[in-house]
Design a protein around this ligand. Structure first.
Ligand SMILES: Cc1cc2nc3c(=O)[nH]c(=O)nc-3n(C[C@H](O)[C@H](O)[C@H](O)COP(=O)(O)OP(=O)(O)OC[C@H]3O[C@@H](n4cnc5c(N)ncnc54)[C@H](O)[C@@H]3O)c2cc1C
Length: 438
């Protein structure tokens, strides 16, 4: 039987989240009337969702809507949040809200609307599992992208260039690693589906531990307080207190697109110092209004003299185990240096995300990638034997700055990548033509 022909693309994007959606737009908008590049984006989700399992009624966008997928680069783009509002007949109502910060529910709908315009270029429901080298004359000529769909069927595609836009991976602290298979301990990334599955009766008496003191922990705490009236929550965090996200104007300048150049041009030590100084503008930081809301919940407990929830700063979980449907946590109070042992029905890990440069799927090509040094235009500096181009989105915070994992510079970054891709691929086409004529 004849083997099915494996298709070859100019570009394959792994993941179709905001980073690669912005790239799809940039490729369309800055095409310079040259030949259209044949691009395909592959996403493991069955349909578009932006961190959909974490969106509660409290979740608000933590960046101005003007930092959408396009506006900073091209305010006249049809893919702007404003045009989304206009197309949905809500522009004037949104103006009446007098806010720059729509709900994440609405921003999710905006992203889904934009993604829908590129459905012909996106394959949903396939997880990319491996990127393999296709050799020619001792050189990697193409990349073979292997995927598996929900039914377990594998597929292969060839590509001349690859753009990774896979986002973060839930970070499970070491102490909770042995409980990874326990449904009673889960990362916040699965919040809604796990809560719906595990707590069908919302009025049940439950002891819940939320681990973490950042925005996700705060959103989960308020959601549980609103919707699970008998739940008793311990809000356990290592820090001294919940800290507000600093979005004041001078601090916010660190997220300006121009900061990318200035940060990239600094020395390693200077960059590290900057990241340390501005860390609280992004990490382990909570929207101020939400901190006030949480403080008020605890204050009302004092008024009622009922200690339903506990606020536990300076607390570190040192051991975790499961027995008979209960999770037991040993918790060190770092102020008093005393240990407590508590039992919980559920533990929610609002412990953030990690973004290793070397994704497991890149293992088969790792020998060509050195230390994964990323240039200013987000391309991996591979060795001479590696002819395809490999770009990483959201993996260069240490060199390009804090915006790297956020929405803030997406519109600009995607254009920088699109320009590089167009230039490289055009050059390769010319090389092939010159060789053919010679
Ligand atoms: C809960 C939450 C709230 C946030 N809120 C904000 C905010 O308000 N403002 C802000 O600026 N930033 C926010 N962020 C940061 C967030 O990282 C960015 O907003 C944005 O989502 C980054 O886009 P991305 O495309 O790089 O990654 P993601 O949005 O994570 O998208 C990655 C995509 O890749 C797909 N994928 C992953 N692995 C594979 C694979 N092997 N094969 C195929 N597909 C794969 C995933 O299904 C996903 O669709 C938030 C993050 C979280 C987790």
């Amino acid at each position: 039987m004849a083997q099915p022909l494996i298709p070859t693309y100019d570009i394959i994007g792994v993941g179709f989240g905001p980073s690669n959606i912005a790239l799809a737009i940039a490729l369309e908008e800055i095409n310079n009337n040259s030949t259209t590049l044949n691009a395909l984006f592959i996403d493991k989700q069955p349909e578009y969702q932006w961190h959909g399992d974490t969106i509660t009624s409290q979740s608000g966008l933590q960046v101005s809507f003007l930092k959408d997928l396009v506006t900073l680069r091209n305010p006249t783009s049809p893919y702007s949040f404003l045009n989304y509002l206009h197309s949905h007949n809500r522009l004037v109502d949104f103006i009446n809200l007098s806010t720059f910060y729509p709900s994440r529910l609405e921003f999710n709908d905006y992203l889904r609307w934009v993604a829908g315009h590129f459905s012909a270029q996106c394959q949903y429901g396939e997880k990319v599992t491996s990127i393999e080298p296709v050799m020619d004359n001792q050189k990697v000529k193409l990349l073979k992208v292997i995927t598996t769909d929900i039914g377990g069927t594998s597929k292969a595609r060839f590509t001349k260039s690859l753009v990774m836009g896979t986002g973060g991976t839930p970070l499970i602290p070491k102490v909770f690693q042995p409980l990874k298979q326990t449904p009673l301990v889960f990362h916040h990334t699965h919040y809604l589906s796990k809560m719906t599955k595990l707590i069908p009766v919302k009025t049940k008496d439950l002891r819940i531990a939320i681990i973490g003191g950042g925005q996700s922990a705060a959103e989960a705490f308020i959601d549980i307080d609103d919707n699970y009236p008998n739940a008793k929550v311990d809000l356990i965090m290592r820090g001294n207190s919940m800290k507000p996200a600093d979005s004041s104007p001078y601090v916010n300048e660190i997220f300006n697109p121009s900061s990318t150049d200035s940060i990239f041009s600094k020395t390693l030590q200077e960059r590290e110092e900057l990241l340390k100084e501005y860390k609280y503008a992004n990490y382990s930081a909570v929207d101020s209004a939400m901190i006030e809301q949480i403080y008020n919940i605890f204050y009302q407990q004092k008024v009622a003299m009922v200690e339903q929830h506990k606020y536990c700063p300076n607390n570190e979980v040192t051991q975790a185990s499961e027995k008979s449907g209960q999770i037991t946590l040993s918790i060190l109070d770092k102020k008093s240096n005393k240990h407590a042992t508590n039992n919980y029905d559920l533990v929610i890990l609002a412990t953030g995300y990690e973004r290793p440069k070397m994704a497991p799927m890149l293992e088969p090509i790792k020998d060509y990638l050195g230390n994964i040094d990323i240039d200013r235009n987000y391309q991996v500096k591979a060795d001479d034997r590696f002819l395809p181009s490999l770009f990483l989105q959201g993996r260069s915070e240490s060199t390009h700055g804090l915006s790297d994992t956020l929405l803030s510079v997406l519109s600009m970054r995607s254009a920088e990548i699109a320009f590089s891709l167009q230039a490289e691929l055009r050059e390769k086409v010319q090389q092939v033509a010159t060789t053919a004529l010679a």
